[in-house]
Design a protein around this ligand. Structure first.
Ligand code: AMP
Ligand code: ZN
Length: 471
């Protein structure tokens, strides 16, 4: 195995990575709550998971990755208050909770494909693991960490001395910092393991349990399903930074209380994606989905390229201009590699060394991308560059294999249209020029005008194109 270093939220240090089983890594990634489309902030989290997995594989580990599908139990507040997000969606859409969950799960899976995120190995759904969750709660109860209130069975965080380890806050400090209605809870940090179905609301998703009819709390699914598919302890647990203080702290507490072990050895968190320098929200109209960006003429892989430009632990600011710049850079890369010779036998060790150093140093992907560009623009033979770039793309995931040494093939029909458009432009007949451009677009090609004349981009990369009115 080749060396890797990761920043571990648990120790707040960059540490050499050591897997539990030689050559193998188990990773669990907190997945989507399927009550609505994933937005591009969510996708930043899954791109991070993908880069982590690809880097582990690059360094010769065998990886088993699990991403859960939260289809029950995630309330509108992370503090066990409010309504189940699925119930809110039922009211909004007038559909059954299961239909909603499956619909948005499908949409999520499609987003993964669009962004060339490698499939995870397991996609467990919370609703399909109720017996496992009940069994785990029973263990926690038997070990004396629970109490009952009128609305559910709760975890007593004061009973666990290590509580607060992940966020680095001692329980008392956390208690003081949390401004929530304690209600019948004994301490503000206590959380629901099992919630009773509210009498006044008809719930479609509810189950019998030793404590009464109801549904699991949000955190228990991740402790139960990670243990089922990876065992405990496992190697790496990921999620967005918003999960550190509550969700992951509580997952750790549950597993510790049930099995007396640390759930996972490395905890890695991606920082947030901001939009126009602030928070993304529907009311501000700046909450984009991958589909919305596609409709604006962006290739989803341009979004992937955009994400490669920031380190996962840095905030990243999204603007449409920045995405346009990413798309241009990716197009430039594709244009260049199309003209390269077929890959040779040997790559360029100097750049391969630099690339590996970057990715293995806590996934320094922006640095790795800088190495890519330095190599692409270097004087080495294109056939040697091709070999190295194909290797690098195992991590970057930009599908460059489709373009390296593959000049664009243009049909006779398209070539004729290009000639017509050229003539129209020479005659300054812009209307005709635009008309022909649209005809070419219908055939799946995008024409751009550059200083050297018309340039064309082919099918399979940019199926969509900028129309002036979209900008
Ligand atoms: P959710 O569907 O809300 O459970 O979120 C799925 C994943 O996306 C979690 O790991 C979140 O921490 C992460 N996430 C949510 N919003 C953002 C954002 N703006 N930037 C980066 N990650 C996010
Ligand atoms: Zn989780």
């Amino acid at each position: 195995m080749k060396p890797l270093k990761f920043f571990n939220t648990l120790t707040r240090k960059k540490e050499p990575f050591q897997s539990i089983h030689e050559g193998k890594v188990g990773m669990y990634c907190c997945g989507p709550t399927v009550y609505w489309y994933a937005h591009i902030g969510n996708m930043r989290a899954f791109i991070f998971d993908d880069l982590l997995k690809r880097t582990l594989k690059y360094q010769e580990y065998k990886v088993r990755s699990v991403v859960n599908i939260t289809d029950v139990g995630h309330l509108t507040s992370d503090e066990d208050e409010g309504e189940d997000k699925m119930v809110v969606a039922m009211r909004r859409e007038g559909k059954s909770a299961y239909d909603i969950a499956r619909f948005y799960e499908e949409a999520f899976l499609k987003n993964l494909v669009q962004l060339n995120i490698e499939p995870f190995d397991v996609y467990p759904r919370a609703t399909e693991h109720i017996p496992e969750q009940i069994a785990l709660i029973k263990k926690i109860e038997a070990n004396g960490f629970t109490y009952k209130t009128s609305d559910g069975l709760y975890f007593d965080t004061s009973k666990l001395s290590a509580y607060g380890k992940l966020s680095g806050q001692r329980a008392e400090e956390k208690q003081a910092g949390i401004r929530v209605e304690v209600g019948e809870k004994k301490h503000p940090t206590d959380f629901a393991l099992w919630k009773f179905s509210p009498k006044e609301v008809q719930r479609e998703m509810e189950w019998e349990s030793p404590w009464g009819i109801g549904f699991p709390g949000w955190h228990i699914e991740c402790s139960a399903m990670s243990a089922k598919y990876l065992g405990v302890p496992f190697d790496i647990h990921t999620g967005g930074e918003d999960h550190i203080a509550v969700h992951h702290e509580n997952e750790i507490a549950q597993t510790q209380a049930a099995d007396g072990v640390l759930q996972a050895n490395y905890w890695m968190h991606n920082s947030y994606l901001q939009v126009d320098g602030g928070k993304m929200s529907k009311s501000l109209g700046n909450l984009f989905t991958v589909e919305e960006l596609e409709a604006k003429g962006f290739d989803p892989l341009s979004l992937r390229y955009f994400f490669l430009g920031a380190h996962y632990r840095s905030k990243q600011n999204f603007t449409l201009e920045a995405l346009e710049a990413s798309q241009k850079a990716l197009h430039r890369l594709i244009d260049l590699v199309r003209g390269w010779d077929q890959p040779a036998l040997e790559g360029i060790p100097y750049y391969e060394e630099l690339f590996e150093q970057a990715v293995s140093d806590d996934l320094n992907i922006p640095q790795a991308l800088a190495v890519v560009w330095e190599m692409v623009d270097s004087d080495f033979s294109s056939s040697a560059k091709a070999v190295s770039l194909l290797k690098f793309d195992e991590v970057l995931g930009l599908k460059l294999v489709d373009y390296i040494a593959k000049p664009l093939e243009i049909t006779k029909e398209v070539q004729e249209l290009l000639n017509q458009r050229q003539k129209a432009r020479e005659e300054k007949d812009w209307e005709a020029s635009d008309r022909v451009r649209d005809q070419i677009a219908e055939l799946g090609y995008l024409v751009e005008d550059s200083a050297d004349g018309q340039r064309i981009r082919g099918q399979g990369f940019s199926l969509h194109f900028f129309k002036k009115q979209d900008k």
